[in-house]
Design a protein around this ligand. Sequence first.
Ligand SMILES: C[S@@+](CC[C@H](N)C(=O)[O-])C[C@H]1O[C@@H](n2cnc3c(N)ncnc32)[C@H](O)[C@@H]1O
Length: 211
Amino acid sequence: MEDSLYQYILDHSDKEPELLQKLDRQTHVTTINPRMLSGHLQGRILKMITQMVGAKTVLELGTFTGYSALCFAEGLPDDGIVHTIDDNDELEEFAQGFFAQSEHGYKIVQHIGKALEVIPTIEARFDLVFLDADKREYLEYYQAVFDKVHTGGYILADNTLWDGKVVQPVAHNDKQTIAVLEFNDFVANDPRVETVILPLRDGLTLIRKNS
Ligand SMILES: C[S@@+](CC[C@H](N)C(=O)[O-])C[C@H]1O[C@@H](n2cnc3c(N)ncnc32)[C@H](O)[C@@H]1O
């Protein structure tokens, strides 16, 4: 999208809260791959989706520096809870510091570990799940969380257009693209769900669990 059009969208959408602006800046200064952070537009969308579906329990795979976890927390009611998992313990304190500064931070439970190992240890069912960790494991995440999602609940998956690579010739050793393609095909053919891919940023798939 053209920069001027993107700027217009930001100018006519809710402002990014100051704490998230600070988190974004700090992430750019201190991490190697700051582009992983959801950012202003996607963050506002995640908050609004949380409100739209009336979620009370959210599970996020891939905390990174805590940006999207804070957006989910913002959209939750006062007694809502977001469990967020990341296997990078070097980012734990960074994210925790920002959760502590937010009026919504008390709703966030941080887990450190491999998503596939931590998911079975969380005794909860979810209204909304956000897949945003290792792309090579998306299908396994989907299968691991499916029974924990309420009927009528939602699974969101980020980066499902994978920089446009989903429609380009794939190298046999490009495991991430192959895994994203497998995930997209599986979900599109899963009779238990309704699915739509939003062409937002790198592709955001919205999945509704019907049964
Ligand atoms: C794209 S970033 C998450 C961005 C974050 N959700 C946001 O929007 O600001 C992906 C994160 O997943 C984490 N990750 C990768 N593989 C993982 C795994 N197997 N289990 C848990 N976390 C993992 C990485 O450490 C990284 O912080």
